[in-house]
Design a protein around this ligand. Sequence first.
Ligand SMILES: NC(=O)c1ccc[n+]([C@@H]2O[C@H](COP(=O)([O-])OP(=O)(O)OC[C@H]3O[C@@H](n4cnc5c(N)ncnc54)[C@H](O)[C@@H]3O)[C@@H](O)[C@H]2O)c1
Length: 443
Amino acid sequence: MPISRRHFLTTTAGLAASALAAQETTSPNGRVQVATIGLGGMGTEDTHTSTHVPGVQLVAVADIYQGRLDHAKEVFGKDIFTTRDYREVLARKDIDAVIIATPDHWHSTISIDAMNAGKDVYCEKPMVQRVDDGKQVIAAHEKTGRIMQVGSQRVSSIVYQKAKELYRNGAIGELNMVEAWWDRNSAIGAWEYSIPLDATPETIDWDRFLGRAPKVPFEPVRLFRWRNYRDYGTGVAGDLFVHLFSGMHFVTGAIGPTRVYATGGLRFWKDGRDVPDVMLGLYDYPATGAHPAFNLALRVNFVDGAGESSGFRFVGSEGIMTIGEGVTLSKQPRESEPGYTIESFTDAMQKDFLEAYRKKYPPQPMNADSIRPRDEEKYVPPQGYSDHFDHHRNFIQAVRTRKPVVEDPTFGFRAAGPALLSNISYFEQRMCKWDPATMTLVG
Ligand SMILES: NC(=O)c1ccc[n+]([C@@H]2O[C@H](COP(=O)([O-])OP(=O)(O)OC[C@H]3O[C@@H](n4cnc5c(N)ncnc54)[C@H](O)[C@@H]3O)[C@@H](O)[C@H]2O)c1
């Protein structure tokens, strides 16, 4: 019997993409016209990915930096409507849905404004910048009946679907603990983003960037490296823990922890940022119908790691499931040895104890047959597979069919909430108590 099985898939990137696209059927509702608000790094990726879903067309872009509006016309065509004021996009009748990829402090305001203006929303993670914003977005979603997808694409991934299926089928027995991490060791990984040479008060609508954040004089680094400042971003927890929460909640069916404790520090990237570059979080998950009580440990480290490394270990009573490039399931029989503590028994007791023990566990000869049976299964996605495409496709299908998305605002807030509490715990040096059912900070 083979001790290891691997699902070899030889699909090329191009074939995988076209096969995915071919599965899409043209909706009877016709084209979906989208606009992007915030066309920086992720907004550009979101826009390319969304417009690869058949029948989706980009018609407008809003951004507060002129260079990105000009580039929108270079990339997506000169007929694209562009503006520095996102409200002009929301006022247009020819737009069905908006992609929101601004810095975090604008997410809730623009999402709510967009739904109130009758637009469906794909909003990047974290859904909100502050815990208090969460229920307002959920209420606007319920009131308007619009579709809203939060942009943590892992929840649409076939890798996480496989992990969920294995977990639900009892592959690792009862869940005991989960560990997950995201380590990076590069300037870009640690948010040292490039600043264009033409960043001036003329090319940037500074007040519209600041929004609800405190008024400060024009300083381009605060816009182009906004993640480094608590006024606009959500630290490593809001940026990266949130992906780990959404992925883990998707696999296990968990809705959130009851206790949150985080520590860390600013160790290396002392570039004026006011958020830590190392963060460690501990979370207690209570038992629910979906899972027993378990503990979660998360880590982000911007100093460690060769390049970038992120993954999960789900530790169960019967085995361990890891998620990295794919899913790996490993099971090993538990060892049972009397251990060194018997040496503290009397000589007579040691003799009797060992006799009884050897009767129960006869010594195995050290030959080929004595090698412990080991079981490992690996599930690797096809080359070129894109969970980001699947996440946008899920959104566009919902826009057309009005059926629920995979990551609605309640799911999105249940992932963002404990990530934001990690920041509260870190900055206020305390443990936070959270009610995951009502999504409320209770202590
Ligand atoms: N899902 C993912 O894997 C993923 C990856 C990267 C980023 N993100 C998320 O995407 C969002 C954007 O991150 P990014 O890395 O693209 O940042 P970015 O700085 O590259 O882009 C942000 C853009 O928003 C614009 N902007 C700022 N305020 C605006 C406003 N009021 N109206 C319109 N535009 C405004 C900026 O000029 C910039 O072009 C963040 O919330 C981030 O967490 C998600």
